[in-house]
Design a protein around this ligand. Structure first.
Ligand SMILES: Cc1cc2nc3c(=O)[nH]c(=O)nc-3n(C[C@H](O)[C@H](O)[C@H](O)COP(=O)(O)O)c2cc1C
Length: 254
């Protein structure tokens, strides 16, 4: 019997979506997609016990993005099976996967499986730049096949997800993208920003109160104007690159 799969992701710089697609394409069933990056609240939805939910989110400061927490509350399960995936930039995923599985549990989902995969660091883009690579892709596909088997056998076991409660505190970041003199006022960043932190009057500036530093404006800027234009960035970048040079490997909870 074919399953209805709801695939949800948030992916400002594209790599979480890539992981989600590789995973979901190996699943058996009919897929509907929801992109949490889209502005506005998603429609409330209730899933049945026979459905499957797949959620893939990036790790922001060892947590899942707050904006996604609020949006995910619109989805209710009825002991619906769910797969939780986080994508992180080779530093650590800290409490993000635990936070995601806790949240889904509270929303009425049963965690079938969970995983953390490594993806390019969207701020320090030389870190894990080519990931997910061929090895990762094989692991993501294998993980999906194992989920198919678990669904077939109707197995659910308690998973010991890595992480701590209370979750890691998120400290305000000194980093926030702005535009420089190469900005041509095209308005793409204004349009794309998921939290309306950039105004059409002066797209070189960013509203610090609103900005979640998701990097979407940087990756979508046609003139490479958006970036971290502060003096210390080069030093912060080099230190981060050195500290996080050692390759991490995917972790699977089944
Ligand atoms: C604000 C912010 C905070 C981040 N925090 C972490 C982190 O704590 N650990 C880590 O390894 N990567 C971290 N990253 C890197 C992202 O998790 C990684 O680049 C991910 O692939 C981004 O997903 P996307 O390509 O779908 O946007 C952070 C990125 C951003 C933008």
């Amino acid at each position: 019997m074919s399953k209805n799969i709801l695939e949800i992701y948030f992916s400002p710089s594209g790599r979480s979506k890539k992981v989600s697609k590789i995973f979901s394409n190996e699943l058996v069933g009919e897929i509907k997609e929801i992109d949490l990056f889209e502005k506005g609240e998603p429609k409330e939805q209730e899933l049945t016990k026979e459905d499957l939910l797949v959620v893939t989110l990036p790790v922001f400061s060892g947590r899942i993005p707050n904006l996604c927490v609020e949006k995910l509350k619109k989805f209710k399960g009825n002991n619906t099976k769910a797969v939780a995936i986080v994508a992180y930039g080779n530093r650590e995923y800290d409490d993000a996967l635990l936070e995601l599985t806790d949240l889904l549990g509270k929303q009425g989902f049963e965690i079938l499986a969970a995983a953390a995969f490594i993806t390019r660091h969207s701020i320090f883009s030389e870190v894990a730049n080519n990931r997910p690579d061929e090895d990762d892709i094989e692991k993501i596909k294998k993980f999906a096949r194992e989920c198919n088997e678990k669904i077939d056998k109707n197995e659910i076991n308690k998973l010991d997800i890595k992480g701590n409660r209370p979750y890691k505190e998120v400290k305000p970041s000194p980093l926030m993208p702005t535009g420089d003199e190469s900005c041509i006022d095209c308005g793409t960043c204004v349009e794309i920003c998921p939290v309306e932190a950039i105004s059409i009057e002066n797209p070189r500036e960013t509203d610090r109160e609103r900005c979640i530093n998701c990097t979407a404006c940087i990756y979508n800027c046609s003139t490479n104007s958006r970036g971290y234009h502060i003096e210390q960035f080069k030093d912060i970048y080099n230190k981060f690159k050195t500290d996080n040079a050692k390759r991490k490997e995917p972790e699977i909870f089944l």
